[in-house]
Design a protein around this ligand. Structure first.
Ligand code: GTP
Length: 346
């Protein structure tokens, strides 16, 4: 049986990986049982929001999922997330935590690359001002590529000799090399097919190897950018730059810290907040019968700022959407099983 999909959260130190992970995993008490029993410290279960089949049939009352939960026709499906820490420029050469992060990465089926668009942290995560986050997108992809390329080049002579001796198809030879990254035959075939005019493997020079690794990365590690810290005043210009340079990249604007804060306020019963939306309601909006606690002036001001600077401007904090975008690249198809399609039970 194929294993459950795993989404890796990557990015330089202090870009907001842990905050993003927390904002996605702090599920409320409504959640049901979920399938991941042992979870190591950098793993957590996030909840992917999808439209539930119950709403199509007006059967919201009957909807009692075994995993996650359903609220007003929105199903929250558990999905495993992995915080891949320790990635800095030069990691593929052993800097920082070195190859440890790359080993973690192997298990991931898609990546969320958290980019700090406030420009207040340099490439090593140290506080600065006016840093250009465009660089972060490039070096992160480069580190992954250099790691895979390095592993290939170390054995290239042997790989070519064996390939020639066994007269294997390219896909077969590469499977032996890329299998360790959790890639299957289909993925490798897809990567090979995507390169036009690919010569026989024994003729590949470094340039062809790079092309192959890049094609493989696209298939094995499809990446969504979380352009994080959009609440910061310098974020706008950096976001525009990134979207202009990478128009085809999947990118979502996020403010992970805002999501964490809103979920906390909701849990403490100060606000009603529908995750993934722009709507927050306070006691002032809903009245005494809502049972909400009153906000003091300072908290009220913070909530107003969040409304103005994040929710109304961007439509949401973006974290729910970033997970949806990552799930999209995995081509997952939700199946809603019922025992009986007349009564919709079980
Ligand atoms: N303004 C703002 N700050 C944020 C946001 N998300 C995270 N931060 C802050 O950025 C800093 C780093 O966040 P972390 O989540 O610890 O970053 P990380 O990428 O996990 O860092 P490492 O553990 O060092 O790899 C913290 O001070 C957060 O409060 C955001 O959306 N907006």
């Amino acid at each position: 049986m194929p294993r459950d999909p795993l989404i890796g959260i990557v990015g330089k130190p202090s870009s907001g990986k842990s905050t993003t992970l927390n904002s996605l995993t702090d599920a409320n008490a409504k959640m049901g049982a979920f399938p991941f029993t042992t979870i190591d410290p950098n793993r957590a279960t996030g909840y992917l929001q999808i439209d539930c089949a119950c709403a199509r049939y007006g059967k919201e009352d009957l909807c009692k999922p075994n995993y996650g939960w359903c609220s007003k026709g929105k199903r929250h499906v558990p999905i495993e997330l992995l915080d891949v820490a320790g990635l800095i420029p030069g990691a593929s050469q052993g800097l920082g935590l070195g190859n440890k992060f790359l080993d973690d990465l192997r298990q991931a089926d898609a990546l969320i690359h958290v980019v700090d668009v406030s420009g207040t942290t340099d490439s090593n995560g140290k506080a600065t001002r006016g840093y250009d986050p465009l660089q972060d997108i490039e070096w992160l992809q480069d580190e992954i590529r250099l790691w895979i390329e390095g592993n290939l080049q170390k054995r290239w002579g042997t790989i070519v000799r064996r390939h020639t001796a066994t007269k294997s198809p390219i896909v077969e030879t590469l499977r032996a090399q890329f299998g360790g990254y959790g890639a299957n035959m289909n993925m490798i075939a897809k990567a090979v097919d995507s390169i036009p005019d690919l010569p026989p493997l024994e003729e590949w020079d470094n340039e062809w190897i790079t092309k192959m690794v890049k094609a493989f990365m696209k298939v094995k590690f499809p990446t969504v950018l979380a352009l994080n810290k959009i609440d910061h005043p310098d974020a706008d210009k950096n976001v525009s730059k990134i979207l202009l340079k990478y128009p085809d990249t999947r990118a979502v604007l996020t403010s992970a810290i805002t999501e964490v804060f809103l979920r906390k306020l909701a849990k403490q019963n100060y606000i009603k907040y529908e995750e993934g939306t722009e709507f927050i309601d306070t006691l002032e909006d809903l009245g005494e019968e809502s049972g909400l606690k009153p906000l003091d002036e300072k908290l009220m001001q913070r909530v107003e700022n969040i409304r103005d600077l994040v929710l109304y401007r961007f439509g949401s904090t973006g974290v729910v959407q970033v997970l949806q975008e990552a799930a999209k690249v995995l081509d997952l198809v939700p199946i809603f099983t019922v025992r009986n399609i007349q009564t919709f039970t079980e």
